[in-house]
Design a protein around this ligand. Structure first.
Ligand code: SF4
Ligand code: SF4
Length: 382
């Protein structure tokens, strides 16, 4: 298992994480089986959006003597009322919900205290200018949460949140279909078939800005909906009418800037194993470029998707990484120190490009790679 830094939090998370919604209805023994496999395979990051007491208690028993081995991303403002999940902004309910969470999880701290599901600017304003953010900061000062996060499906809202400097972890919905769609306060609209009937061109600007801003501000992204709730794995349900594999979906999300871990849904041990297999998959299995290029009515022409399909370069240049760093510099109008450091450790730099053009022949998105290599050489000086 590979691990990534979760932004500037000091927390190291496994590339493959798990979302716990699949634990609902499972026995304690079944949950234990998941956790044992996760420990064995090094999966350390667990998202727990659900306040379902049965899930929390089963998980608590399974991690009891190995709590420090897992990173719990658990959600504030998500409570259990009358036998069902409820999102709340009522501060009294938020507070008692958090105490219940600690009790049910049988722990005295949560690694990532995630403010749950903020998809509109007015909701964000309510949170940032009211008691919820103050309470969350208090929890951090008391060590009850190690860092503050927020979950959202809306890039405009998420951008505003991370720019406050308070939110250090963003849980965001990342997949190639969402990435085409403009921000919407109603997440259902992102899957509306009508939105895919017209010609779509390239990644939505707000989404790209968000990923680049998170990279710049060192906000770590944990990913939800990487498989589009499973729809992207089946051409019948995918809004793009083309199916992707779980490995391709995971690789797509992991190749966005600032992304640290994918919270894969798993209803069975086999599904969890399918996601963990990503770590052993070869480049061909991870490659999503040709599949994306075959989406009808959708084009990413001229836009680098950081897919790596253009490899190998005879000079060993990692074109996807060089282009990603170049785009981060262009977006920010300066060279951030972290980007300069990342570029520095690349074994082969843009200056080595001999402009053979082999990569351009392989790029399904017609990216002007040679031009990008020249620009990267000028920007980084090597
Ligand atoms: S240049 Fe093309 S093939 Fe290479 S990483 Fe970018 S999009 Fe993929
Ligand atoms: S054009 Fe440059 S980056 Fe592309 S394959 Fe040739 S040497 Fe490598």
């Amino acid at each position: 298992m590979k691990y990534r830094n979760l932004g500037s939090t000091g927390i190291s998370v496994s590339e493959i994480g798990i979302g716990c919604e699949g634990f609902a209805g499972k026995t304690d023994e079944e949950i234990l089986e998941f956790i044992n496999l996760m420990e064995l395979e090094g999966v350390n990051c667990i998202d727990l959006y659900t306040p379902n007491p049965q899930v929390r208690k089963g998980l608590a028993k399974a991690i009891k003597h190995r709590r420090e081995k897992f990173i719990l991303q658990s959600h504030l403002c998500s409570i259990w009322e009358n036998g069902q999940y409820l999102r709340t902004r009522n501060i009294a309910k938020v507070k008692s919900g958090f105490e219940t969470m600690l009790k049910e999880l049988d722990t005295d701290y949560i690694d990532i205290g995630m403010i749950h599901y903020v998809d509109s600017i007015s909701d964000l304003d309510t949170i940032l200018n009211g008691p919820i953010i103050e309470y969350t900061k208090e929890l951090k000062e008391q060590g009850k949460i190690k860092c503050i996060g927020m979950s959202s499906h809306n890039p405009v809202v998420a951008q505003k949140a991370v720019e406050t400097g308070i939110i250090k972890v963003l849980m965001f919905s990342v997949n190639p279909c969402y990435d085409l769609q403009p921000a919407d306060e109603d997440v259902e609209q992102l899957w509306n078939p009508e939105k895919y009937n017209k010609q779509l061109l390239n990644m939505d600007k707000d989404r790209q800005n968000l990923y680049e801003t998170c990279e710049k501000l060192e906000v770590g992204i944990t990913v939800m909906k990487a498989f589009g709730g499973g729809d992207l794995l089946n051409s019948k349900y995918s809004p793009a009418k083309v199916s992707l594999t779980p490995i391709q979906c995971i690789h797509y999300a992991l190749t966005r800037p600032a992304v640290a871990s994918i919270m894969c849904g798993a209803r069975s041990i086999e599904e969890l194993k399918e996601s963990i297999y990503y770590e052993n998959a070869n480049n061909e299995e991870k490659d999503y470029a040709s599949t994306l290029a075959s989406f009808p009515k959708i084009s990413w022409e001229g836009h680098c998707m950081y897919c790596g399909h253009c490899a190998p370069c005879p000079k060993g240049i990692d074109v996807a990484s060089v282009t990603k760093f170049l785009n981060l510099v262009k977006a920010q109008g300066e060279i951030p120190e972290t980007v300069r450091e990342h570029y520095k450790v690349l074994p082969h730099k843009a200056v080595e490009c001999i402009a053979c053009g082999a990569c351009e022949k392989r790029c399904p998105f017609k990216v002007e790679i040679r031009k990008n290599m020249r620009e990267a050489k000028d920007v980084f000086g090597e």
